[in-house]
Design a binder for this molecule. Sequence first.
Ligand SMILES: O=C(O)CCC(=O)C(=O)O
Ligand SMILES: [Fe+2]
Length: 359
Amino acid sequence: MASTAPAVAPIQPSKLTSIKKLSESPNLNSIPSNYAYYNDPHEICASEPQDSIPTIDISLLTSGYPDHKSKAIQDLNKACEEWGFFMVINHGIPESLMKAMLDVTSEFFNLPEEEKPKFELKDVLEPIRYGTSFNTAKEKVFCWRDFLKVFVHPEFHCPHKPNALRELLLEYSERTQNLVSKLVRGISESLGLEEYEMEKTLNLNSSLQIFVANYYPPCPQPQLALGMPPHSDHGLFTLLIQNQVGGLQIQHKGEWLNVNALPNSILVNTGDHLEIFSNGKYKSVLHRAAVNNKNTRISIAMANGPSQDTIVCPASKLVDNEGCVPAYIPMKYTEYLFSQQNNLLNGKSSLDRVKIKDN
Ligand SMILES: O=C(O)CCC(=O)C(=O)O
Ligand SMILES: [Fe+2]
């Protein structure tokens, strides 16, 4: 680990404000030391992918031509097994809706502080939570990020402002759930299960969907800070869109890669519960968010998981038929979620807690 001298004295946690406000401080040329990750500079830089990131054409999954469908399922299998990450095209979500969601999210972060939900330490399972970094109660190094997290399914919640948010978010939530259903059915078949098996077992009629809006303002020392440190997501799949500004990086074959999204595509990363359900066949992907010193980046991650009360374990057919032993202990999704959100965001440490070591 290289040590780079911190530029500015640390901010006391009691004085923590939104990163938006901090970034707007006049003459901010360096970052407070508690935003500096002491990273090896080689570790922080990412390269451009040599192999192209897989692209899945969603329209083929529901195609009337069996050949098209089976090719798409094979592609999904390869993308999940080799990358844990892919882009989807022909996904049925209008470009105008994605743009309107990004605009209204920007409007939310630009509201005066007093009009946003209270900025305070709250229970991590509160349905509407606005805050900074990830978990400031536990962190020593903070992320260069503000967030809004809203539970939108099975019960729909929404902040009161901006006025346009409710209608847009409801539509975006419904349309992304529809996309997730298609993915889940394809994945179920790609695992050798019946098309509807995964959604039945995981009670996806009442799946938990969380809207996560991330705000990363320009940072004067982007090489020292991170918008989000390396982590995997808790659910099954996360669907991500961003404004024109890049920053997402994924780990592939041990190397960090920059993700350059195709216009109008949606980025999909596989989460810990897909890894558990598939008994380790489809590993959740490690990813992080880099920041830059020029432009504000906004991303919207829709996290899609099982229903909160489902006790998730590896699919029984995958274990019984294939003579394998389960590699993860059963755990209720809500307990997993609580533990992941209530700890430090640190690689795949949450998943390690449910992994059976002697496999
Ligand atoms: O902003 C990004 O690109 C990544 C966001 C992310 O990883 C998350 O919200 O879990
Ligand atoms: Fe993530």
